[in-house]
Ligand binder design. Structure first.
Ligand SMILES: [Zn+2]
Length: 186
């Protein structure tokens, strides 16, 4: 038996409300496709909508996952999903990443990504990204003769003054001081 559609769910569907993405999925009886509430596909006719608690239930009822919102990917355990996001950041930290871009790459909504990542990592995805960037910057400062501006570009922070500010906020010292103090030590 299908759960009946509540007014709240219907509203989430027609407004593509991503905050409901982890609470239910909906199938459209006329097409046999099921979607996340946030899916931007054409609004279904209300009488065709069927509510599912998860993708397994929808598939068991003979529905196929929407190619656009990929509702099956959401069922990936949050830990695995977070690892995937982390790996993506570790590999692409030098690119101009935003939360929206990450969410797109990792098939989730920015809201859900932010919330899940933070719950598991105890740090937001963007704060984690900045931490990875600064770690790489430290390494380049110590191991290379490249200019501060150059290193900023290499780690994905092309705005030099922002790079210096961020570096100082995280390490308590400027990139230049960091490099000097390391040279003094060795
Ligand atoms: Zn969809």
């Amino acid at each position: 038996m299908f759960a009946s559609l509540t007014e709240e769910q219907w509203h989430a569907i027609i407004t593509n409300d991503a905050t409901f993405d982890n609470t239910f999925l909906y199938g459209v009886g006329s097409t046999g496709i099921f979607c996340r509430p946030s899916c931007k596909s054409r609004n279904p006719k209300k009488e065709y909508v069927k509510i599912f608690k998860d993708a397994q239930q929808a598939i068991a009822e003979g529905f196929r996952p929407c190619k656009r919102c990929k509702p099956c990917d959401l069922r990936m355990p949050d830990e695995d999903w977070t690892l995937k996001i982390k790996a993506y950041i570790n590999e692409h930290y030098d690119k101009p990443l935003t939360l929206a871009h990450l969410a797109d790459q990792c098939h989730g909504s920015p809201y859900h990504l932010q919330k899940t990542f933070k719950r598991i990592m105890h740090i937001s995805p963007i704060a984690y990204l900045q931490r990875v960037r600064i770690a790489h910057a430290k390494q380049e400062l110590v191991e290379t003769e490249k200019s501060i501006a150059n290193i900023g570009v290499n780690v994905g922070i092309p705005n030099t003054s922002y790079f210096i500010t961020l570096f100082k906020r995280q390490t308590g010292t400027t990139p230049k001081q960091f490099r000097l103090s390391f040279q003094k030590e060795s």
